[in-house]
Design a protein around this ligand. Structure first.
Ligand SMILES: Nc1ncnc2c1ncn2[C@@H]1O[C@H](COP(=O)(O)OP(=O)(O)OP(=O)(O)O)[C@@H](O)[C@H]1O
Ligand SMILES: [Mg+2]
Length: 237
């Protein structure tokens, strides 16, 4: 069954059609990729799903129910958490405080015990008291994920989690995201430019270009798709 279903979503910003009748589903228990060149509309999809933006047309269903009547501050309680493309941490706060404040800001009170358990699970217990800004970039990205996880979501939206990571960190991230799915039963929608990572860990991949969905299928299918190859070559030209 589809946990998330984006249906014919159109969203315009003035003259720009950021999303143009976009439809795709995310099956429960999968890692699903959402890729596309810069400006394709990937982050905008996350902003629509988390209700920061209201689509001009179309609907978004979560567990079969429309999210359009759910305000943004209730999205976490519905079971959806996200990370942001750019680090969104409070630099002078400790890692633990970041997780606590992040959880609170997202509409759910979390105790220190719960936050520490989450940090322990993601391998950050020993840096819980350190200021977030003192940590290597890759570790800060993991704090972001911990902040989303403490809300105990069913659906986790990751916006370019591999951005700025080195090869080894990207490999670790891939294993980590698979662990979240396998151990916690999370469903993951992964926006990522790192094709090696997306193709390795996703069961299904959706491709956007200029606000339109141009392909979807298994990693093998989309990698062999002419429209996808064209979109990426065109973007590089
Ligand atoms: N709040 C906004 N106001 C105006 N235009 C916007 C806004 N948010 C996004 N856009 C436009 O919508 C389009 C899609 O942007 P979006 O950020 O979703 O792309 P993306 O696929 O996430 O790109 P990237 O890979 O660079 O992060 C772009 O043309 C962008 O300029
Ligand atoms: Mg983006």
């Amino acid at each position: 069954m589809a946990l998330l279903s984006v249906r014919d979503v159109t969203l315009r910003f003035g003259g720009i059609v950021a999303l143009d009748e976009v439809s795709f589903t995310v099956a429960a228990g999968t890692i699903t990729g959402l890729i596309g060149p810069n400006g394709a509309g990937k982050t905008t999809v996350f902003n629509v799903v988390t209700r920061l933006y209201r689509p001009d047309e179309g609907d978004v269903l979560f567990e079969g129910e429309s999210l359009l009547r759910t305000p943004a501050h209730r999205i976490v309680r519905r079971g959806i958490a996200r990370t942001f493309q750019n680090l969104n941490l409070f630099r002078t706060m400790s890692v633990l405080e970041n997780v606590l404040v992040g959880a609170h800001a997202r509409g759910r009170r979390v105790g220190a015990r719960e936050a520490l358990d989450t940090l322990d699970y993601v391998g950050l217990a020993d840096v819980a008291a350190r200021p977030a800004s003192a940590l290597p970039y890759g570790t800060q990205k993991r704090v972001e994920i911990a902040r989303a996880l403490v809300a105990k979501p069913r659906l986790l939206l990751l916006d370019e989690p591999a951005g700025g990571l080195n090869h080894e960190e990207v490999d670790e991230l891939g294993v980590f995201v698979q662990r979240l799915r396998d151990e916690l039963g999370l469903t993951v929608l992964l926006v990522e430019h790192h094709m090696g990572l997306v193709m390795r860990i996703s069961e299904h991949v959706n491709v956007l270009s200029f606000g339109r969905k141009i392909a979807d299928g298994t990693p093998e299918q989309v990698q062999a798709d002419d429209a996808v190859i064209e979109a990426y070559l065109g973007a590089d030209a």
